[in-house]
Design a binder for this molecule. Structure first.
Ligand SMILES: Nc1ncnc2c1ncn2[C@@H]1O[C@H](COP(=O)(O)OP(=O)(O)OP(=O)(O)O)[C@@H](O)[C@H]1O
Length: 592
């Protein structure tokens, strides 16, 4: 029941999604709620009037004709109202889905990168996403509850006027079934909650089994049967759980539902008995039978809706929990703007870092400086922490110990958005946007999306123009295979496009993580011949395993066991004859 408190924030969200349509929906439902009792009341008058006239040879009185017409009018209005409610629901569902999805996207974008690496985050996100796309189940349940509540109330008043005992009898017989339904709803929720990781894995297997990225390997390695078997086992467990729960609950729920029906027929027999003894008119009998049947049904519906609301509010708690998540990495109260130009550059002061949930540090008391205009190459074996180091410089993570300074001020003091706006980056695992070629470059500085001159300029600098000029639709060509008319590119071609984004950014600090790994030898040379000019006056860090690339840097840092083990220009490091020289020799010897 404690989850009931979730209803208010959700109603707030629904209201924000479309106040107008919510108002219309409510007005329609309130009117529709009173139709059943009105229909029964008119039916009672009709029957009594018809019975009074029965046997006489007279024409139907005008009053009777009027009553029948009124009944017809009410029934017709009921039909129109229920259609209108459906229509209002569709509009509200669309608006609500859009509103929540946009909030979801906005909120997800503000969360820490570390959050994305936590599997429980994905479980929560998955549940929140289901809420966003489940289209208003909860809100519909509340609206229905209100409508049913008013209908039930009006019918109950009708019954109460004739006999409070009949009403009591119906209510008492329905309570056990209701409580049992509520308990069942909670058990169902708990089970679905437990299933989220499994369902996420099923979704992953479904995608893996039928995606462009994995199709080649699946065919060649003959992996489909393996994936299918895994899917079958996993979903088998879910089916088993679901069936087990239903099987256990079925006898209890059916028995208690029968008790409810018994209450209804007890009341039914009582009014028939009273009419037979002349204590009720035929019209009153008609009204009461209709009202008892109606109240019995709406009572049950009412409780089902109430259980639905409680049930949904449990699910909603996941969405609210997602929205309540706050990023740890954010701008301070009086955040500073990054100096333009940066005068002293970056300084790592005894920086240590371990990923959240890991005990082994990736960096340990690392110190170095990067001066304005300087280009540093970062090298080291796989997993030594090169990418981690640049993620710290971009404040995608904060150090576990030590400080990173920019112009002598801790990075945490700067406004995050402003800091990021000054960094141009090509990640090792850069994104391939299934959008046009122009947009793929423009994402580097999306505010300049319509500035074709800047886009072409950035693609010239990164050699992306050599790719784009060959595309049938040039800059307007849709890239990737997901959408109609899309053209896929080779790994190196995508890399040139990603490099274009970094130049589009026009930032003070450039970070290139394996920027030429997929480029052919000529393209790599061309890119780096330009790199010198394009980064002049800017700070740049580049990570590479290719020594041909690394040599171009002003200074080279060798990362080893979480520390900078060597530092200097190519010539200095070669002369030292340490680890760098050994690695260089190893690579060079393969070409001789
Ligand atoms: N998000 C993460 N969560 C936990 N551990 C991580 C994460 N990213 C990287 N690591 C670990 O941190 C270490 C350093 O990773 P990093 O990617 O910085 O290495 P790298 O030097 O860039 O390697 P490579 O040359 O293979 O790109 C590795 O042991 C890796 O397993």
């Amino acid at each position: 029941m404690s989850s009931i408190k979730n209803i208010l924030p959700v109603l707030r969200m629904v209201w924000d999604a479309g106040p107008g349509v919510v108002g219309v929906n409510l007005a329609l439902r309130l009117t529709a709620a009173l139709i059943p009792v009105a229909v029964l009341a008119v039916a009672r008058w009709i029957v009594d009037a018809a019975v009074a006239q029965a046997g006489s040879e007279r024409e139907m009185t005008r009053q009777l004709v009027g009553l029948v017409a009124l009944e017809f009018g009410l029934a017709a209005l009921g039909g129109i109202l229920s259609r209108a409610i459906q229509y209002a629901n569709v509009v509200l569902a669309e608006k609500y889905t859009r509103h929540v999805s946009l909030r979801l996207l906005e909120h997800a974008s503000q969360l820490d990168l570390a959050t994305y690496e936590d599997p429980s985050f994905y479980d929560r996100l998955e549940r929140a996403r289901v809420q966003a796309t489940d289209r208003l189940v909860m809100v519909e349940a509340i609206a229905r509850f209100l409508q049913q509540g008013i209908t039930t109330m009006s019918l109950c008043i009708g019954i109460f006027v004739f006999s409070p005992w009949i009403l009591l009898n119906i209510i008492v017989c329905l309570i056990p079934a209701t409580l049992a339904e509520a308990r069942f709803g909670t058990q169902l929720y708990a089970m679905n909650f437990r299933h989220t990781p499994k369902r996420r894995e099923l979704e992953y297997l479904r995608q893996l089994g039928a995606s462009k990225e994995s199709a080649k390997e699946l065919k060649l390695f003959g992996l489909s049967p393996f994936l299918m078997q895994r899917y079958e086992t996993l979903s088998g467990k879910i089916i088993e759980d679901v069936l087990g729960l239903w099987k256990r609950a079925f006898p209890r729920l059916s028995l208690l539902a029968m008790l409810g029906t018994l209450g209804y027929y007890g009341a039914y027999a009582f009014v028939v008995y009273q009419t037979a003894h002349g204590e009720l008119s035929v019209g009153q009998l008609t009204f009461l039978i209709g009202a008892i049947a109606g109240a019995n049904r709406t009572f049950q519906d009412l409780f089902v809706s109430a259980v639905g609301i409680i049930d949904q509010s449990l699910y909603i708690s996941d969405m609210l929990a997602f929205f309540a998540m706050r990023p740890a990495i954010r701008s301070g109260q009086q955040a500073l703007q990054v100096p333009r130009p940066i005068r002293q550059g970056f300084e790592f002061r005894e920086v240590s870092f371990a990923y959240p949930g890991r005990t082994v540090p990736v960096l340990q008391s690392t110190s170095f400086r990067l001066a304005p205009g300087e280009r540093i190459a970062l090298i080291g074996e796989n997993g030594q922490g090169k990418t981690t180091l640049i993620k710290l410089m971009m404040r995608l993570y904060d150090p576990t110990a030590g400080q990173i300074l920019l112009d002598g001020v801790d990075l945490r003091e700067y406004d995050l958005q402003d800091l990021w706006s000054q960094i141009g980056v090509v990640f090792q695992d850069f994104a391939r946007y299934e959008m046009t070629a122009a947009d793929n470059i423009a994402v580097g500085r999306i505010e300049w999306r319509t500035d074709r001159e800047r886009i072409t300029d950035a693609s010239r600098k990164s050699l992306a123009n050599t790719v784009i000029d060959k595309l049938p639709l040039g800059y307007e060509q849709m890239l990737g295979r997901r959408f109609e008319g899309g053209v896929d590119l080779s790994g190196g071609e995508w890399q040139k496009i990603a490099l274009g984004r970094a130049y589009m950014r026009d930032a003070q600090f450039l970070v290139l993580d394996e920027p030429t790994a997929a480029l052919d030898a000529q393209a790599e040379l061309d890119v780096f011949n330009r790199f010198g000019e394009l980064t002049s006056g800017k700070m740049a860090i580049l990570i590479s395993h290719r020594f041909s690339t690394v040599r171009m840097a002003d200074r080279i840092l060798v990362l080893r066991d979480g520390r900078i083990s060597e530092e200097g220009s190519h010539e200095q490091l070669m002369a030292r004859g340490g680890g760098y020289a050994a690695m260089y020799e190893l690579q060079a010897s393969r070409y001789r």
